[in-house]
Design a protein around this ligand. Structure first.
Ligand code: AMP
Ligand code: ZN
Ligand code: FE
Ligand code: FE
Length: 281
């Protein structure tokens, strides 16, 4: 089974890369994508923890903002991790997450939901990409809400008054950097309307022009209608169709392998990278 989109504690997942790999093997995964938000910091640990019968697809899920201000996630897989354009882009995004988080804690506190930046740091594994899930964990620890999920539903969702954006490339720019670094670009959960405002079919031509390779169709945040629409777009534009769990350990309900990618589609996607970068034992 092929699962190309998962997270570790290098961003907002709760498993170490080592634990993720063991979990994947025990759940029958044969090809595993490790795609932390805006970082490649988990790659070394993942490579060190590699096992027989599990191919590792190293990547990152890049937070993007369209010119219209819509938050979009772009999966970059199989790119050269040493590429400086890529690392600069990821670093800028991570750096701006700090002032963004400070602003969010200030706005919550001003409304009587008392929370400090220090409390958010205490909820974050060292070196991880700082994100709203860590703020959610801090709100849980303080008793403001019962769970990460409740924190997002009540306070932290994309349309919330407490939501602040951070510096992020446009999806087109992210695709160009991924391709420049030799990798393949897959737009993650593009029609997940429950997350707030999303892309529309009209945005696809410019993503294609930038070099988009694939579209994540089978994802728990897509309804069956949304999946059918995306399959139609994939057919029209010749995009690779993927499916993935977006597993976050205990940080989200998603279970590893709950959605997966067809082997023929994966073979097609992998052939589009400029080098063979799948890590095997
Ligand atoms: P950020 O990158 O800081 O804007 O945070 C976005 C992250 O929040 C995404 O990776 C999502 O996986 C996570 N997220 C969104 N909604 C929820 C939820 N209901 N429960 C847990 N995590 C969530
Ligand atoms: Zn996440
Ligand atoms: Fe995402
Ligand atoms: Fe994700």
């Amino acid at each position: 089974m092929i699962d190309l989109h998962t997270h570790t504690n290098n961003s907002d997942g709760t498993d170490t890369p080592h634990a993720l790999i063991n979990k994947a093997l025990s759940e029958g995964i044969t090809v595993l994508g490790v795609t932390d938000h805006d970082t490649t910091s988990g790659w070394q640990d993942a490579i060190a923890a590699r096992r027989a019968h599990l191919s590792l697809v190293l990547g990152a899920e890049i937070s993007c903002l369209t010119d219209d201000g819509v938050a979009v996630h772009m999966l970059g897989l199989l790119f050269d991790g040493e590429n400086s354009l890529m690392q600069t882009m990821l670093e800028e995004s991570r750096d701006s997450r700090l002032p963004r988080m400070r602003r969010m804690t200030e706005m919550l506190t001003a409304d009587g939901i008392d929370i400090s930046l220090e409390e958010v740091f205490a909820a974050m594994p060292e070196g991880a990409t700082l994100g709203r899930p860590h703020l959610a964990d801090a709100l849980v620890a303080k008793g403001h809400v019962a769970s990460r999920d409740e924190a997002f539903t009540d306070l932290l969702h994309n349309d919330s008054k407490y939501y602040v954006t951070h510096i992020a490339p446009t999806p087109e720019d992210a695709i160009k950097v991924i391709r420049e670094a030799g990798g393949v670009a897959v737009i993650a959960h593009p029609f997940a309307t429950r997350r707030g405002q999303t892309l529309s079919a009209m945005s696809f031509p410019s993503l294609i022009a930038a070099g988009l390779n694939g579209v994540e169709v089978d994802h728990r945040d897509h309804s069956s209608v949304e999946r059918d629409q995306l399959r139609g777009l994939a057919r029209d534009f010749g995009l690779v169709v993927t499916g993935a769990s977006d597993y976050h350990g205990t940080g989200k309900l998603n279970s590893i392998g709950e959605n997966h990618t067809d082997p023929a589609e994966w073979a097609r996607l992998e052939s589009m990278a400029n080098a063979r970068r799948v890590v095997t034992e």
